[in-house]
Design a protein around this ligand. Sequence first.
Ligand SMILES: NC(=O)c1ccc[n+]([C@@H]2O[C@H](COP(=O)([O-])OP(=O)(O)OC[C@H]3O[C@@H](n4cnc5c(N)ncnc54)[C@H](O)[C@@H]3O)[C@@H](O)[C@H]2O)c1
Length: 286
Amino acid sequence: MATGRHHRPATSRSRGIPEATVARLPLYLRALMALSERSVPTVSSEELASAAGVNSAKLRKDFSYLGSYGTRGVGYDVEYLVYQISRELGLTQDWPVVIVGIGNLGAALANYGGFASRGFRVAALIDADPALTGKPVAGIPVQHTDELETIISENGVSIGVIATPAGAAQQVCDRLVAAGITSILNFAPTVLSVPEGVDVRKVDLSIELQILAFHEQRKAGEELPGAEEEVDPAPHPVSPPAATVTKRETKRDGRDSNRDSGRGTGRDAKRPDSGPDGDLPAVMPA
Ligand SMILES: NC(=O)c1ccc[n+]([C@@H]2O[C@H](COP(=O)([O-])OP(=O)(O)OC[C@H]3O[C@@H](n4cnc5c(N)ncnc54)[C@H](O)[C@@H]3O)[C@@H](O)[C@H]2O)c1
């Protein structure tokens, strides 16, 4: 994985909330929603921290950025926290999303009901294969990539999901950005280059599995020579588990200089630490 180091915590653009806190907000929200569904009125920081899988001191610090301190002896008001976190994450409004690449993964994503319930409406499904055009997936007819720009402007889409093969991802990304998309969720195993002002998050389950494999191997007592020096022990520390990169800055020398903050500015799509498919983590068990 990337080896860049930060000297100060990366913060989100709004209100100086650290990116690490922003990354934990969805975990708190999920735990709070579960409490809300059970009509639990208040929750202590310890209970909520445990439900979210986070240390309670960290939770209190995170909530202090939201201006939420809870009430001693009572805890936090569940409904109010749900509202506060939803508002902070921008979930109190509807976010139209387009998915590009409606193969196995794109279709699975389109069929996932969890997006809509969190305010992410799948506005359109786009694919380059003419054989798919007009075919309904999750009740939405697939549209051809020729229509991409029109679809984005007509639907006011600001988030694009890329589920194409790696070789097509940069070109798709460039078109999405040119059409006005400023946030991209990339599932293709390649590092995307984006201009200033565009946020990219990358999801790669194979990297997560490879990291687990690494830890499994360690647990089994197979020491890796030099692993202590090379391995970032928690490349994806807490959350969200599968989203590995917040915003990637790829420098001209091809090294990621910034793993979880900053803007993508470079044009080098391949990392020297990538395997032939560009999807291998920097450090792999030898
Ligand atoms: N991040 C993860 O954890 C994860 C998991 C599974 C798959 N993937 C990746 O997701 C991508 C899709 O995987 P899949 O199994 O669904 O593949 P797939 O071959 O089933 O689907 C890819 C789709 O993309 C379309 N496509 C190709 N070029 C296009 C372009 N320029 N514009 C629009 N559409 C285009 C194809 O027509 C096809 O329908 C791959 O890059 C794969 O490596 C990532």
